[in-house]
Design a binder for this molecule. Structure first.
Ligand SMILES: CC(C)(COP(=O)(O)OP(=O)(O)OC[C@H]1O[C@@H](n2cnc3c(N)ncnc32)[C@H](O)[C@@H]1OP(=O)(O)O)[C@@H](O)C(=O)NCCC(=O)NCCS
Length: 268
């Protein structure tokens, strides 16, 4: 690979970024590849310390990474002679699926992942359903039979509980357009209504009290209303001796929530 001076790379990337909606110039591809190689080699960083205790962010490097997604098609990648020992096949039929599967995402046979979904390195268990346009982010698990709708973001490290063990009556259901914040857990067949947002670190089972601070303090369990924005909190015991973990509906989704939870199209 040729070595283009960094300032020239930066100029090409910034130029390409400006022109991206009208087609990328031919110089973009090799510049992006060079940037990725420099990042790989640790020569370039997307943010770096300036030496005086501060950090500088190189926005153009992030643009280069996004341009890589814009100009690169997914392709089959093999990992040699990996073998497993199991009773359910691991799915490998991704070639025509329209699903982007980032290694080492694992999906068991019997789980459906709709065209347009993106699987970061995650685990999708048998019987689960993942809707179109949904991203299952890194180290998330979609438990057996859990149902995740279209255009959801299941953020990093989220656990969506399964129903096979222990045996629960109904699976977790996450309707379309939901955002489940990082490291949250949704278990025991909890229902999350369309467009609802769970702030990071929200834990919910059938026992968790859900306090609606918007609508007069109603307390429910097992069901997050559509478009609710839910955050972790606590409710006092009747005798005031202690508090118990609860989820609090702080508001219903608005433009600010949408802006914070929007999916980045270029990564898709
Ligand atoms: C829920 C979230 C999207 C914020 O939504 P928002 O609509 O912008 O919420 P606002 O900032 O308007 O806050 C509304 C209220 O909820 C509270 N709140 C918001 N997020 C909270 C959180 N994570 N924990 C506790 N309280 C929170 C605010 O303090 C505010 O309370 P107030 O009305 O008493 O002042 C954001 O907190 C969040 O969790 N982002 C997800 C981050 C993440 O997981 N990223 C993915 C990484 S892979």
């Amino acid at each position: 690979m040729s070595h283009t001076p960094i300032d020239q790379l930066q100029a090409i990337i910034n130029r390409s970024w400006e022109q991206r909606s009208s087609g990328l110039p031919t110089e973009t591809r090799s510049a992006v590849e060079e940037v990725l190689q420099l990042l790989t080699d640790g020569v370039l960083r997307s943010a770096a310390p300036t030496g005086d205790g501060k950090w500088v962010t190189h926005e153009w490097v992030k643009k280069a990474i996004l341009l890589h997604f814009a100009q690169t098609s997914s392709r089959v990648m093999r990992a040699g002679e990996l073998s497993f020992y199991d009773k359910v096949e691991t799915r490998r039929d991704w070639e025509e699926s329209g699903v982007r599967v980032v290694p080492p995402a694992t999906v068991r046979h019997g789980a459906h992942v709709a065209r347009g979904a993106i699987l970061m390195p995650c685990y999708v268990n048998i019987g689960a359903f993942v809707g179109s346009g949904t991203m299952i982010d890194t180290w998330s698990t979609v438990g057996s039979c859990a149902q995740v709708g279209a255009n959801c973001h299941i953020s990093g490290g989220v656990g969506i509980g399964g129903v096979l063990e222990p045996l629960q009556a109904s699976p977790v259901i996450i309707e379309d357009n939901c955002f489940i914040g990082a490291r949250s857990e949704v278990a025991e067949g909890v229902f999350v209504g369309e467009g609802a947002v769970l702030a990071m670190g929200s834990y919910v089972s059938q026992s968790t009290k859900i306090y609606d601070a918007v609508n007069g303090g109603a307390i429910t369990r097992g069901r997050i209303p559509p478009r609710a924005v839910v955050v972790p909190g606590a409710l006092p015991s009747p005798d005031g001796t202690h508090s118990t973990y609860a989820l609090i509906i702080k508001k219903y989704r608005d433009d600010r929530t949408d802006a914070k939870t929007a999916l980045n199209d270029i990564l898709r």
